[in-house]
Design a protein around this ligand. Structure first.
Ligand code: DGJ
Length: 747
């Protein structure tokens, strides 16, 4: 049950639900202090004994209310630098006189049921006011009149605290926000591991772990997109915590642009976490009367291990971040033509690929890049969202009708934010790109980034896209974004507002998404940025699924999907079976392993099924039948990570369990085969200990307690594997165990 308690006698706020407590108090000089964040506590009127005051050597301090008080060693809610706090701050304000010093004092609070929306920004939401409570604490700087509203929403279900900050200029002069983090969290001690999800194109969101150390450790993006390099997600994990038990805090930013996620450990071993828009090149002019809303940051606390933390994020992001028609619906099994054809497309070729896909059971055919303007290669055409008659004589309308006539749904690729110099749009508006006057311009994949901070640019792209989506039968849109932003500067903004361009750009992207999803509510949007370059919660608000990576090799995908699952729901991951040898790494893998990995996601194909042998086509038909039967379980079941590809020999295992725990599917994947390997067992999770389950691989009936204690025997070449007709003797092999509760099998 959610409670937000304010104790007037001690001026203490206690936010809690069944999972955690978050406690703040008013410190000397009316500053807002952080007292406790962790396991749920009994409520008491007074927690002041948890606030330590000490005039430690070298700390500048003030003598207030009989205590020696230094901000340097005080845990604060939204700290600033420059008085006596020496660490990286939560915010920084440049004043007309050149000073960057602020002084925020407590000014009041409100408590309300439910959760407010954040105008223009993606955010978690409630459907019923009883699902959450929101505390808004107001701070005010008496000198410049800047008001801060700190928003804290406690959800009823799960250890979730959503936070953001609103700045309101109630003074008489324009102020510049040069840092406005969404969250600051001061914790006592530093006994945590810092877990980040980092990588590159083709190997996104690899899990990296290091112990916190004195000084700053951070990840972030300055690429104008959340990026392949680092995800806007961080875990602080206590030593000894693993997937099944122990304390951890997940911190996730609902934002798709430049971000910073950082932990600073002082030399007194105090930890400060900051999460929000990256302050580099951020400078927002706030005129009198104006307000600035930061993106939302979501914190999840649990003392039940990493799987539990992930499941909490999954439920929240699946049901209270993603929205609309597709939120709770099983996703269509699609075939995307990109790896089948690249730019070499004709209508006949597309129809032949689609016809075979239909015969095999596919539900949605997606036409990828190359259908518009002069786009016969990647040097031309972006920006001209009109079908090219060379490729599609009857336009998108004609092709979509033919595809629908086959009994398939039709989907289409766009890259709305980009333009090629060789395009009509660029010839008409060369000033519509982001570029810095007098400086050389950089291209990425031969393309420029349109200036989405300008409403007229967004309007024009909206018109072109809306025309196609309203004229043709389009059921799905893949929204791609294939380069980072460079030379960030807008011709439409004055010099003193150039620090706003990165953020205004993302607001423009959100605006276009909002308009298109409102006008076409039943179209399924999938986001993509050269694969996983913008796999973030911000975009999940508009597009409930994302192309996880351009690397479609099943073995590579083990790490990518495993890493992605720490924050993001299984149904949000675009997962396709592609050709072998794989186009990105040249690896040959069995067709069943490719499907066994792709089932844990949206599921689809990225190849021309006509080129498979008859036997393989029969296998594909069977895979699609299997996925259709178990789709709801794969996509909406409770997901557990069992064996990590980041440890040991790369063997991976995971499972999904139905809500009633009567059914589960376990995926076990081997990378390289070994000789004379030791025995191995896999201990399962999430089953009902008192239910007896039938196992599809070895045909045995076993109780949940045995499967979750003694485990499954997964030794290569064991009788179990032999019985399944699978000696498991090769590289890249895999097995799926389907467990179903036996009728009357309850103990
Ligand atoms: C990058 C995407 O990730 C691919 O799936 C494909 O859509 C290409 N762009 C098309 O240019």
């Amino acid at each position: 049950m959610v409670q937000i308690i304010y104790e007037p006698s001690t001026r203490t706020f206690h936010l809690r639900n069944d999972f955690f407590s978050y406690i703040m108090t008013i410190l000397p000089e009316e500053r807002l202090g952080q007292v406790y964040f962790g396991r749920r506590l009994h409520h008491r009127k007074d927690f002041s004994h948890l606030v330590e005051y000490s005039a430690l050597a070298m700390a500048p301090f003030r003598q207030v209310d009989e205590v020696s008080y230094s901000q340097e060693h005080q845990r604060q809610e939204y700290p600033v630098y420059g008085a006596s706090d020496m660490r990286d701050p939560a915010c920084e304000v440049l004043h007309p006189n050149g000073s960057r010093l602020s002084d925020f004092r407590y000014a009041g609070y409100t408590i309300a049921a439910g959760k407010p929306t954040l105008p223009g920004l993606p955010a978690t939401y409630v459907e019923d006011e009883g699902e959450a409570m929101t505390l808004t604490i107001t701070l005010r700087d008496p000198l410049d009149g800047l008001k801060l509203e700190l928003l804290y929403t406690v959800f009823d279900q799960g250890g979730i605290l959503a936070r953001s900050v609103r700045f309101v200029n109630e003074g008489a002069e324009t102020l510049h926000l040069t840092r406005a983090m969404s969250l600051s969290l001061d914790l006592p001690g530093a006994d945590y591991a810092f877990v980040q999800f980092s990588g590159q194109w083709g190997r996104e969101r690899y899990k990296k772990v290091r112990m916190l150390e004195q000084g700053i450790q951070s990840v972030g993006s300055l690429r104008g997109q959340s990026s392949h390099n680092h995800n806007p997600f961080l875990i602080l994990q206590r030593p000894g915590t693993d997937e099944q038990q122990g304390e951890c805090i997940g911190l996730s930013l609902v934002y798709s642009g430049n971000f910073l996620a950082q932990a600073e450990v002082s030399t007194h071993d105090e930890t400060r976490v900051l999460l929000g828009i990256h302050p580099h090149w951020f400078d927002w002019a706030l005129a009198p009367g104006e307000r600035f809303q930061t993106p939302e940051a979501v914190m999840v606390y649990t003392d039940r291990g990493l799987n539990h933390m992930s499941q909490t994020f999954h439920r929240l992001y699946l049901h209270r971040l993603a929205r609309g028609y597709w939120r709770d619906r099983p996703r269509p099994i699609l075939l995307n033509n990109w790896e089948a054809t690249y730019f070499d497309i004709t209508e006949d070729k597309l129809l032949s690929i689609a016809a075979k896909a239909k015969e095999c059971g596919v539900e949605l055919f997606v036409l990828d890049d190359g259908w518009f303007g002069g786009r016969r290669h990647d040097h031309a055409g972006l920006g001209d969202w009109v079908a090219s008659p060379d490729v599609l004589p009857d336009g998108i309308t004609g092709l979509a009708e033919r595809i629908e006539g086959m009994g398939l749904k039709f989907g289409l690729w766009f890259e709305p934010e980009m333009v090629n110099e060789d395009s009509d749009l660029y010839r008409e508006h060369p000033d519509w790109i982001l570029q810095t006057p007098g400086r050389p311009r950089t291209v990425g994949r031969f393309q420029h980034v349109l200036d989405f901070s300008r409403p007229e640019v967004v309007d024009r792209i909206y018109e072109m896209m809306a025309k196609i989506l309203s004229e043709a039968k389009v059921s799905y849109v893949k929204w791609d974004m294939n380069r980072s932003i460079t030379e960030c500067y807008s011709a439409a903004l004055p010099p003193e507002r150039q620090g706003e361009v990165f953020h205004r750009y993302i607001l423009g992207v959100y605006d276009l998404y909002e308009r298109l999803t409102n006008r076409f509510p039943e179209v399924l949007f999938e986001s993509c940025a050269s694969g996983g370059g913008r796999f973030d919660p911000g975009l999940l608000y508009y597009a409930p699924q994302a192309w996880t990576s351009d690397d479609s090799d099943a073995i590579e995908r083990l790490k990518i999907q495993y890493g992605t699952s720490y924050c993001y729901p299984i149904v949000s991951m675009g997962t396709h079976v592609s050709v072998s040898p794989n186009h990105q790494v040249g690896r040959e893998t069995p067709l069943d392993t490719r499907a066994n990995v792709a089932y844990f996601g949206t599921f689809g194909y990225e190849l021309d099924l006509n080129r498979l042998s008859d036997e393989e086509q029969e296998q594909v038909k069977e895979q699609i039948r299997f996925m259709k039967t178990h789709r709801a379980l794969f996509q909406f079941g409770t997901f557990y990570r069992l064996l990590s590809p980041f440890e040991g020999d790369g063997r991976t295992a995971w499972m999904v369990v139905s809500e009633d725990r009567r059914e589960a599917i376990v995926g076990v994947y081997k990378v390289l085969n070994g000789a004379n390997v030791p025995y191995s067992r896999l201990v399962l999770q999430g089953l009902d200990p008192d239910l007896c389950y039938h196992d599809s691989v070895d045909g045995l009936d076993r109780f949940g307690d045995e499967l979750m204690s003694a485990g499954l025997i997964t030794t290569d070449g064991s009788t179990t594997f032999m019985a399944a007709g699978r000696a498991c003797s090769g590289d890249f092999t895999s097995l799926l165990y389907h467990l179903t509760a036996v009728d009357g099998g309850r103990d």
